[in-house]
Design a protein around this ligand. Structure first.
Ligand code: SF4
Length: 350
């Protein structure tokens, strides 16, 4: 089964495609001051290797903005400057050659400032993200009596229409709230009103499992409806974690493949093997193999092969032994100690 994606406008940010039928990209942010150039570049390279497609950097002051030129030229992936409050920082960042800029119409509010920013964006063919956030909504009177969803959607659309009229040709949109339902409703609404690519995420999700669950429900339920062209999983965790969770979300919805997908049963009273340990061993052994296949690690030989019959290859653990199966059909019975060796050799044959 495949998700039918809503067709949005397509453009490139550096050489990475956004929107249309291009792969849904993964974004993250570095979590050190942008002026710490060396450290930022080190982080970006690490994140890029782990699967981050686009990186966003917070620009809080002139020192941050002036570091961007060096960062952009050293970064293997497109760099977006994240600007709040200051048109000066926006203009300075653009002049440093960033690939994209995010502005928040809730705190850069003057049309005269937007005009100057639009002019610089057009001159450089830079990508603009209009990012509305529930924590910093525009104060304008006409927005006061709106419901929580429209408070995100309408100011965003007003800004979008303004920049379109100024001739800006590459726009992305985001509307983030920390409330999952409001976030989802806002994206659903705006996706009916515009065909610009949507940057999807839930903000301030919280720590640990709660953050992952909130982000996955919010992003996942939109992706299931075909909404979303680029995603950021905001977590109160190191950025690398954001990338692994984003990859899992996309892979579980068959929207992108990132090498071998390992699935495992939860284990139950029927299980005769240490399923958690075995799944982790398998995951570690196949991590560097770039094949788009699915491997199942199942806890028993009674139900395992049947429960995971859509897997390309699987192991079903028994007492001191295991069955190897392909698409649900058993192909070998092996000793427990040989599981990884045999599995790797079977993967080789695919
Ligand atoms: S595959 Fe076997 S061990 Fe795993 S959950 Fe199903 S019945 Fe339980």
């Amino acid at each position: 089964m495949k998700i039918k994606r809503k067709r949005t406008k397509k453009f490139y940010i550096r050489d990475t495609a956004i929107g249309g039928n291009s792969p849904i990209t993964i974004q993250s942010m570095t979590k050190v001051p942008t002026s710490d150039t060396k450290e930022v570049i080190r982080h970006i390279k690490k994140l890029a290797l782990s699967g981050c497609d686009i990186i966003r950097l917070a620009v809080l002051n002139k020192k941050d903005a002036l570091s961007l030129g060096k960062i952009v030229s050293s970064s293997p992936i497109p760099v977006i400057a994240d600007i709040h409050f200051s048109k000066e920082l926006a203009l300075l960042s653009l002049k440093q050659g960033v690939d994209g800029i995010r502005i928040n119409p809730g705190n850069i509010t003057k049309k005269s400032d937007w005009k100057l920013i639009a002019k610089e964006i057009k001159k450089r063919n830079t990508v603009l993200r209009i990012g509305v956030n529930s924590g910093s909504l525009p104060e304008k009177k006409e927005y006061h009596n709106l419901n929580e969803v429209d408070k995100l959607v309408l100011p965003c659309l007003d800004a979008v229409h303004f920049f379109e009229a100024q001739g800006v040709k590459k726009i992305k949109i985001s509307l983030k709230a920390s409330n999952v339902l409001e976030t989802v409703a806002a994206y659903e609404k705006i996706s009916k009103k515009t065909s610009w690519p949507l940057h999807v995420g839930v903000t301030a999700t919280g720590t640990g499992d709660t953050g992952i669950v909130k982000a996955s429900i919010g992003i996942g339920s939109l992706l299931c409806q075909g909404i979303g062209d680029t995603i950021r999983v905001s977590l109160n965790d190191p950025s690398l974690r954001e990338i692994t969770v984003a990859k899992s979300i996309l892979q579980s919805l068959n929207l992108r493949k990132f090498g071998i997908e390992v699935i495992a049963c939860p284990g139950c009273g029927r299980s005769q093997v240490a399923i958690l340990k075995l799944a982790k061993q398998v995951e570690a052994s196949v991590k560097k193999i770039h094949k788009n296949i699915k491997i199942a690690v199942m806890g028993c030989i009674v139900n395992g092969p049947g429960e995971a019959k859509d897997a390309d290859l699987g192991i079903a653990g028994g007492k001191g032994e295991a069955l190897i199966f392909k698409k649900g059909a058993i192909i070998a019975r092996i000793k427990e100690k040989d599981i990884i060796k045999v599995l790797l050799s079977e993967i080789n044959k695919i």
